[in-house]
Write a new protein. Sequence first.
Length: 481
Amino acid sequence: MACKSVTAEAGVLQPAGTAPRRADRGLRAPSLRARLTGLLLLAVFAVACIQAAITYRAARAGTEAVFDAQMQRVALSLSGSLAASAPGQTRGPEDFIIQVWRADGMMLYRSPTARLLPPQAVLGFSDVRVGGRAYRIYALQTPFQVVQVAQAMADRQHLAEQLALRAMLPVAALAPILMLIVWVVVTRALAPVERVRRQAAARRADDLAPLPVEGLPAELRPLVNEMNALLARVAAAWTLLANFSGGAAHELRTPLAALRLQTQALQRAESPDARRIAVERLLSGIDRATRLVEQLLALARQEGGGAAAGTFTAVDLTQLAQHAVADAQPHADNADIALQWQPPGAAVYTQGDAEALAILLRNLIENALRYTPAGGQARVTAGAEQDRQDTKPRVWLAVEDSGPGIPPDQRQRVLEPFYRAPNATAQSGPSGSGLGLAIVRAIAARHGGELTLDDSPSLGGLRITVRLPAYQGGTHSANIN
C-alpha cells in the first residue's frame, strides 16, 4: 500500500508537495507593488491637497481684489458729480453701503440703509465694524466731498469661498483619475516581475534551465541574469555531485569486493605462510581503500570550498616542496626513481591554505612516481614569473617525470574525477583512484591558480605546472609539518 510522504513543520504534519504554512500568518513580507503604489498615491494626494490649497488661496485673493476694484470704481464714478439726494429713511440692503459727505461734514447722500458709516474714515481701504457687522470700506476724498463705499465682510467672504471652491473642483475631480492612472502604471510596470515569479514557481525541482530574459526591462534583466548564473552554478554542482556519487560508488565497490575475497582467502588459508600472505594482501587492500576514502574526502572538501579565502596565510612554497620531497623520498627509493628537488634562488611565497597546498604537491609527486618506470627520474621545481605590467605577479610549482606522459587530447580529461587515460599503467605501486589530479585542480582553482599539462623538455615525460598568485604582503610563511 502506498504511503504518502509528509513533512513536519512547527509540529504539524503536511503532505509532501504542499507549501509549509508560515509560523505566523500575521507577518507578511512587504510588497513592492503595495509600497510603490501607496507612496505614489500618497504623493498624488499630497500634491492635490497642496494644489487645492494654493488654488483656494489664489481664488480668495483674486476675488477680494475684484471686490476692492469694484468698490474703487463705484467711488470714482460718484466723485465726478455732487450727489443731490437727501438722506432717505427707506431701508435697503445692508451688504453694500454708499455715503457722500461734504467737506464741512454734512452728509450729501447715503444709500437706503439704517446703518451709517463713521464720518471720519481712513482714506483708502480699511476694515471697521458697524452695528456688530464687519465692513470693508474704501474712502475717496475730492476737494468738495468724501465718498465712502462699504461692503459687508461676511458677504465678501461667502462669495469668495464659493468662487474658490468652484476653482478647486477640477483639482478634486482629477485626483482620483491620477490615482487610478498611477495604479495602472505601477501594475503594468511590475508585470514582468510577476511573470518571472510565475515562471519560477511553475518550475519543477529538477528544472534548472535559465529563465527567459526577452521582454524584460533593463532594471530587471541584471537580476534575472544573476538568477540564471546561479541556476547554472547549481546545475553544474548537481552534475558534479551526481558524477561524484556515481564514481565514488563504483570506485568503492572494487576495493570492498577485493577485501571480501582476501578475507575469504584468509579464512581458507591452512598453512602459516598462506595466512601471512593473505594477511599482507588484506592489509594492502585496506590501505588502498583507506587511501581512496581519504582522496574522496579531500576532493569533496576542496570542491566544497575548503577554508575561506579570508583565512589564507602566507605560504613558503620552497619550504612546502622541500618537506613534500622529503616525505616521498622513501617511496621513490623503493621504486628506484631519482626524485630531485631543484630549489630556486630565493624563497617563493603565495597566499593560501598551507594544508591544501601540501595535499596538492603530494598528489603531484605521487602521480609522477606512480607512472615513472624504475630507473627513471622525477623533479620538483618552483619559481616566480617575471613581473609584467599587464599581469599580476605569480609564482609556480612544477613536477615533471620521465614516464610515458599523457597524449595532448587526454590532458584535460585526466583532470576529471575517476578518469584514467587509456593504456595508463602504474609502474610503481597500485593504480591510482583517478582522483589525484582532480584534487589538484580543485585546490588550484580555489587559490585562483592555473593548472597546465605539457611535455617535459628535459625529462621527456609529463610536466604539470601550477601557477598561483604571488604573496605581496610580507615574508612570513605558515609552518608545514
